[in-house]
Design a protein around this ligand. Structure first.
Ligand SMILES: Cc1cc2nc3c(=O)[nH]c(=O)nc-3n(C[C@H](O)[C@H](O)[C@H](O)COP(=O)(O)OP(=O)(O)OC[C@H]3O[C@@H](n4cnc5c(N)ncnc54)[C@H](O)[C@@H]3O)c2cc1C
Ligand code: FES
Length: 259
């Protein structure tokens, strides 16, 4: 698919928000989906060869958003793409978050893991679900788009490790205190945070879905570069491709120690 870059805004030294116009993509995308993006804006350039995976951060009026953090070559090239350029990307890939009709849910986001939760928050709010957001970052630079989340969330609990914004500490601390209020947990962020969040959910018998940012090469199930391990209902360990069977999984089934 191709779309027009409508904006590519630097939010701070680490993060950018890109908005792309593409009706076809927007009509197919659901919360949890990701896409593989060609980081070069010119068709004839193929370095980097591999497309990069990004979650759908939000969709609105024929446009979708990607919130991205600068890591290496691909994301730095993305940050240089000019407004009105054409950009190439796959159709929406992977599975989606499940909606089980819970009355009140907690979303737990760490750093750029907040990205797919905004689209999910918009969707759940429309279904009449009450949402509390637990949002953790290392520093104040990692806390973004709060005004967007305010449209959908009843409470937003922010933590930073340096304490410059919100409570000082890590996001699982306030979650642990309030956990019994929730019918379900949705989480995306660093693996350690997802593992800790899953532990709290499982101990309190609350269903949890996590979205995993595994390293991906093809994004379409062919290279087996994104395998993760899940425990099935018989207690056997199975391999799953994060790009096809995921990126959203039941956190309680993931074998975290193998990741
Ligand atoms: C399903 C999914 C959704 C994602 N959503 C987002 C998002 O919304 N915003 C965002 O900023 N990042 C997201 N990521 C991570 C993002 O893909 C990487 O940060 C990005 O590919 C880094 O590319 P690079 O060329 O700048 O870095 P490099 O280090 O040069 O990348 C080299 C290779 O490693 C892969 N890679 C590097 N870091 C990661 C990582 N953390 N996760 C997966 N692959 C990685 C790259 O795709 C590439 O193939 C997501 C990853 C996955 C799997
Ligand atoms: S990235 Fe190739 S199989 Fe998942």
């Amino acid at each position: 698919m191709k779309g027009k870059v409508v904006s590519n805004t630097k939010l701070n030294d680490k993060y950018y928000l890109m908005e792309i116009e593409c009706e076809e993509f927007v009509n197919k995308a659901k919360p949890g989906h990701f896409m593989m993006v060609k980081a070069q804006q010119y068709d004839y350039l193929y370095d980097p060869l591999l497309r990069r995976p990004f979650g759908v951060c939000d969709i609105e009026r024929g446009r979708f958003k990607i919130l991205y953090v600068l890591i290496g070559k691909g994301t730095n090239l993305l940050s240089q793409i000019k407004i009105n350029s054409t950009i190439e990307f796959s159709e929406p890939l992977g599975n989606t978050f499940k909606y089980n009709g819970g009355k009140k849910v907690a979303m737990v986001g760490g750093g750029v893991g907040i990205a797919p939760l905004l689209f999910l928050a918009r969707y759940l709010k429309n279904q009449g679900t009450e949402i509390d957001l637990y949002y953790g970052g290392k520093t104040e630079d990692d806390i973004l788009m709060i005004d967007e989340f305010k449209k959908y969330c009843s409470h937003i609990i922010v933590t930073t490790e340096n304490g410059k914004v919100g409570q000082k500490g890590i996001v699982t601390e306030p979650l642990q205190k309030n956990i019994l209020q929730y019918d379900k947990i949705y989480a995306c962020g660093p693996k350690k945070m997802l593992e800790a969040t899953t532990k709290i959910a499982v101990e309190n018998k609350i269903p949890i879905e996590v979205s995993l940012d595994e390293r991906m090469a093809c994004g379409m199930g062919a290279c087996l570069g994104c395998l993760i391990y899940l425990k099935n209902d018989n207690g056997e360990i199975e391999q799953k491709r994060c790009c096809v069977e995921g990126p959203v999984f039941d956190g309680s089934k993931i074998v975290w120690s193998n990741q």
